[in-house]
Design a protein around this ligand. Structure first.
Ligand SMILES: Nc1ncnc2c1ncn2[C@@H]1O[C@H](COP(=O)(O)OP(=O)(O)OP(=O)(O)O)[C@@H](O)[C@H]1O
Ligand SMILES: Cc1cn([C@H]2C[C@H](O)[C@@H](COP(=O)(O)O)O2)c(=O)[nH]c1=O
Length: 208
């Protein structure tokens, strides 16, 4: 029997991660697999409480260092309480964002990529997904998808300026280029069903 797998979906705001996570979950369940759909920040009661603290309030509510530590703490709880137990009982776990979001959002300013990886080693023993998909979409398209969903209301981090979000997207693209074994770029344009088909092609070698 093939082992349970941990898959993360990553990318900037509005690229279609949540939509694809649900679609992928439905396809895998139709094959008889147990699937746990989860998200970050969040995915366990403790991490959901931290999510609320991270995504609400004033833009300067947290310093860059406090913010990175809170994401790492939420992830530690998520891994321990939700992800590892699900994998141990044989379920596949699909997570809407994981470590690479911290690397892309928190690891390119006051803190470096190495700092974020160090926090992850401390918080979650360096636990990594078996495969990570980076959903890629031209900037304007992602923005208009997010706008059609949220209007002007975005969360504390989503509301940062477009230069910030451009750097985030560039960081994600870099991870896909330099960590090609784990991290796969996926063209997120076109119909949702076409994107799901691209994801499944890139997952085929791991499927039972
Ligand atoms: N392939 C697609 N074509 C057109 N619209 C789409 C497509 N996929 C998703 N959408 C729509 O775009 C919006 C953003 O999608 P979704 O919430 O899945 O993105 P996300 O990456 O999870 O966003 P965020 O990180 O900001 O939460 C939603 O309104 C969704 O219905
Ligand atoms: C995991 C993680 C997330 N973020 C940011 C990215 C988004 O702006 C929000 C999460 O909102 P979503 O609608 O659920 O995608 O949080 C981050 O900055 N760092 C992280 O590690």
């Amino acid at each position: 029997m093939r082992p349970a797998r941990f898959i993360s979906l990553e990318g900037g705001e509005g690229v279609g991660k949540s939509t694809q996570l649900r679609a992928l979950g439905a396809v895998l369940r139709a094959r008889g697999m147990e699937v746990v759909e989860t998200r970050e920040p969040g995915g366990s009661p403790g991490a959901e409480a931290i999510r609320h603290m991270l995504l609400t309030g004033a833009a300067d509510r947290w310093s860059a260092r406090a913010e990175a530590l809170l994401f790492a703490a939420a992830r530690a709880d998520h891994v321990e309480k939700t992800i590892r137990p699900a994998l141990q009982r044989g379920a596949w776990v699909l997570s809407d964002r994981f470590l690479d979001s911290s690397r892309a959002y928190q690891g390119m300013g006051e803190l470096t990529d190495e700092d974020i990886l160090t926090l992850h080693r401390i918080g979650s023993a360096g636990f990594l997904p078996d495969r990570t998909f980076i959903l890629m979409l031209p900037e304007g398209e992602a923005e208009s998808r997010a706008y059609s969903r949220d209007g002007d209301g975005s969360d504390r981090i989503g509301g940062r300026d477009s230069a910030f979000h451009r750097r985030v997207s560039q960081s994600f693209a870099r991870f896909a280029a330099i960590e090609a074994d784990r991290v796969r770029p996926i063209d997120a344009s076109g119909e949702a069903a076409a994107v799901t088909a691209r994801l499944l092609r890139e997952l085929e070698d791991l499927l039972p």
